[in-house]
Design a protein. Sequence first.
Length: 185
Amino acid sequence: MSVRILALVGSLRAGSHNRQLAEAAVKLAPEGVEVEVFEGLADIPFYNEDIDVEGSVPAAAAKLREAAQAADAFLFFSPEYNGTMPAVLKNAIDWLSRPYGAGALVGKPAAAVGTAFGQFGGVWAQDEVRKAVGVAGGKVLEDVKLAIPGSMTRFAETHPADDAEVAADLAEVVARLHGTVGAAA
């Protein structure tokens, strides 16, 4: 059985270290696991029930929901903006939380990881992601964590996939997420 993990990256910046971390997860996925980095979070309008109407959901939001429905699990990559997750990631979670009680996250395993400039690697933001995904019905893997501090210096000249420690830790996260999907099946 092939497992599909949808990766959502909370940074829109072209040189984002969290984006690079997601790219590393794609490369490090074991056989039988496909990690897909979702493209298009910047195009999704802020969640508003007035536009979340069957038959007229904005195309970008519908694309996100379709990708999420097809996923077996989720891997959120979050930098830390002012002590919390970026708005683009929260907005994606909001769209995926609807319809209430039957959103695309419900019952599916999810983990939050990331890197940030500060000394704690974005742990506050990742905690907020876990909280929001859990409220939205996701099966949050609370013990699967990876917060990499000092992103600006650590990854200044090295891609996360080429950092042996990061690659090993990230491969473990993907493997644990995969193992949870297998256990639920």
